[in-house]
Design a protein around this ligand. Structure first.
Ligand code: AMP
Ligand code: MG
Length: 404
């Protein structure tokens, strides 16, 4: 059986970036730009006013002020006509409106008085004041985002301002979730004897969505027979980049995942990892689609997300993900059993002496409630023993911090 480190290294070496494709602006945030984004137009494409006021030609203000000049017309933002400023006139102009040809300066409304049809100006403005020239924001041909940049929320407006509706990026994977088990019932329905509610799909879809990865399809499949599972898996592998299943991957009579993977021609990267929880995990490659088959125990699902899926998402999308590993001091004794590497949840506390890790109580792979409030996974070597309070442990942080 391979170690967790070996399993993670295999993932790191094997999972490739998805091929770039154009993605709609509405879903491009968080994606890595696949080629330089070059502005196709100047922004703005016309000189415009930065203020509500009047536009004039400074050369028309001869001698000493105050000057009283006739108002030729009013130009509103969005007026698509091209107007020419008459000699010795001004135009009333609104913020964002195109300047009349010949006007070179804007005086803001607070600095003028209106005398019937004339504007009265008492101080000579600086030539060019409050005029935003063509290309003031962005110039045509300018590289706005270099290949490899991860697009942030604020960047999307810049892309819109140059008129793009889509951008060539490394897309997000199309993700399918399948939970298996004849005992699994969708919350909202009444339970019969022997049934439990499905918590794995809600766990995974929430983790994924919170990390910015919407789930494309979800299914719950009974496993009293292998056929429906095989059909659902085959279908989802065809039109997704990542399929995550839970359950049916261990040693039971109805654990059909390994044989279905083989029958469907998947290349198994590994099956079974010397880690607790999550030993039966299987990861396989189906030429363009990855299958991550997590064991059904709800804590294994949660832990599997952090151990494998987050890393796979980063490799597929090219968005760097550095697992945040820290050293912490154990706040209580913990008893570990067996030779497998242990992953245990903990709540972290910052103290002047460093991080303190409070292990969750009553940890067991089937006790999902023991994961409440954890913000780190402690990494504890195998070997039956008590790890004493005060020992130093490595932790991988799981608390979510959103990007700025
Ligand atoms: P399995 O890996 O299919 O043998 O399942 C291991 C344990 O996890 C069993 O007790 C299952 O009932 C439970 N389990 C499997 N899938 C789910 C699920 N989606 N939600 C909650 N518990 C599950
Ligand atoms: Mg099962």
């Amino acid at each position: 059986m391979i170690t967790l480190k070996e399993a993670q290294d295999k993932v790191q070496q094997t999972v490739k970036r998805l091929p770039p494709k154009p993605v709609l602006l509405s879903s491009v945030v968080g994606c890595v730009v696949a080629e330089d984004v070059v502005a196709p137009i100047d922004v703005p494409q016309f000189p415009r006013s930065a203020m509500d006021g009047i536009a004039l030609r400074v050369a028309d203000l001869k001698g000493n002020g105050p000057w009283s000049l006739p108002i030729q017309m009013v130009i509103e933002a969005g007026d698509t006509e091209r107007y020419i400023l008459r000699n010795g006139n001004v135009v009333k102009i609104m913020t964002g409106a195109p300047l009349a040809e010949g006007a070179d300066t804007v005086v803001k409304v607070e600095d003028i008085t209106i005398d019937s049809d004339n504007a009265v100006i008492s101080e000579k403005p600086q030539r060019g004041a409050f005029v935003r020239p063509r290309g003031n924001d962005i110039q045509s041909g300018q590289v706005l985002f270099e290949k490899g940049t991860t697009l942030r929320p604020g960047d999307i407006g810049i892309l819109a301002s140059i008129g793009l509706t889509e951008v060539r990026v490394i897309p997000r994977p199309r993700i399918a979730l399948i939970s298996t088990g004849s005992e699994i019932v969708e919350p909202g329905r009444a339970l019969e004897h022997g049934q439990i509610y499905d918590s794995n799909i809600p766990t995974l879809s929430s983790l994924l969505t919170y990390d910015g990865f919407p789930v494309t399809s979800q299914a719950r499949v009974c496993t009293n027979d292998h056929k429906p599972l095989r059909a659902t898996l085959a279908e989802n592998l065809k039109n997704h980049d990542l399929v995550i299943t839970t359950g049916a991957v261990s040693m039971g009579d109805f654990d059909f995942i390994p044989e279905i993977v083989e029958a469907l021609g998947g290349r198994v990267l590994f099956h079974k990892v010397a880690v607790k929880p999550g030993k039966p995990t299987l990861i396989a490659d189906f030429d363009g689609c990855w299958l991550v088959a997590l064991p059904g125990n709800p804590v294994s699902t949660l832990v599997g997300y952090f151990l494998y899926i987050r890393r796979i998402l980063s490799l597929m999308t090219g968005v760097p993900y550095e697992p945040r590993i820290a050293q912490a001091t154990l706040a209580d004794d913990i008893f570990v059993k067996g030779n497998r590497f242990n992953i245990l949840g903990a709540r972290l506390e910052s103290t002047p002496q460093g991080l303190l890790a409070h292990p969750s109580k009553r940890q067991e792979s089937g006790r999902l409630s023991s994961t409440r409030g954890i913000d780190a996974l402690m990494m504890i070597e195998g070997g039956t023993r008590t790890v004493k309070k005060g020992s130093s442990v490595f932790v991988e942080l799981t608390n979510h911090e959103r990007l700025p």
